[in-house]
Design a protein around this ligand. Structure first.
Ligand code: 4NP
Length: 170
């Protein structure tokens, strides 16, 4: 069995998009009996919400879809995190630039939507997962749908890469 891949989801505040992505990713892994293949966390590039829960609209959006969340917001600590995590999955181009500027190597950073087959060749030009913080519950629902597509495609791609590297079957 290969070492679990360590995936860190990153957004700005760590209360809307990245904790939702983390919760959805863990939920999809559990449903596919793949939770032993990944270690998952999320963080924000900003410090404002550190130590607090996810936005209550994030929690409601997930609860309405029977997805568990218990994340406590934390800020990216690039010096420690760049060593500890294999992959940083960011939501938009501002997160992308902030994570690179903080010192995470470019080869460890991916836009979330760049995993979706339609956008796979676009790398950092892949569409953003839009920030719903100033938005409505409908915006949170749209983010949930985008992140669901991204998480399913991520699991497929990362497992395919792992089997290609190890020669193992996934
Ligand atoms: P997130 O959304 O980056 O998806 O967690 C935001 C949450 C809070 C703020 C900005 C974006 N804020 O400015 O406090």
């Amino acid at each position: 069995m290969p070492q679990p891949l360590r995936v860190m989801f990153v957004c700005l505040g760590n209360i809307c998009r990245s904790p939702m992505a983390e919760a959805i990713f863990v939920d999809r892994l559990n449903k596919r009996s793949l939770s032993d293949r990944f270690v998952v966390d999320s963080c924000g590039t900003g410090h404002w919400h550190v130590g607090g829960p996810a936005d209550e609209r994030t929690i409601r959006t997930l609860q309405d879809r029977s997805v568990k969340i218990d994340h406590v917001a934390r800020q990216l600590n690039a010096r420690a995190d760049a060593n500890e995590w294999d992959l940083f999955v960011v939501m938009d181009s501002m997160n992308y630039r902030n994570v690179l500027a903080a010192g995470v190597p470019r080869e460890k950073v991916r836009m979330a939507m760049s995993f979706v087959p339609a956008y796979r060749g676009l790398a950092e030009q892949a569409p953003a997962v839009p920030d719903p913080y100033e938005g409505t519950m409908e915006d949170f629902g749209a983010v949930y749908d985008m992140l669901g597509d991204a998480c399913d495609a991520m699991i497929d791609e990362l497992l395919a890469n792992a089997s290609a590297t190890t020669g193992a079957r996934s």
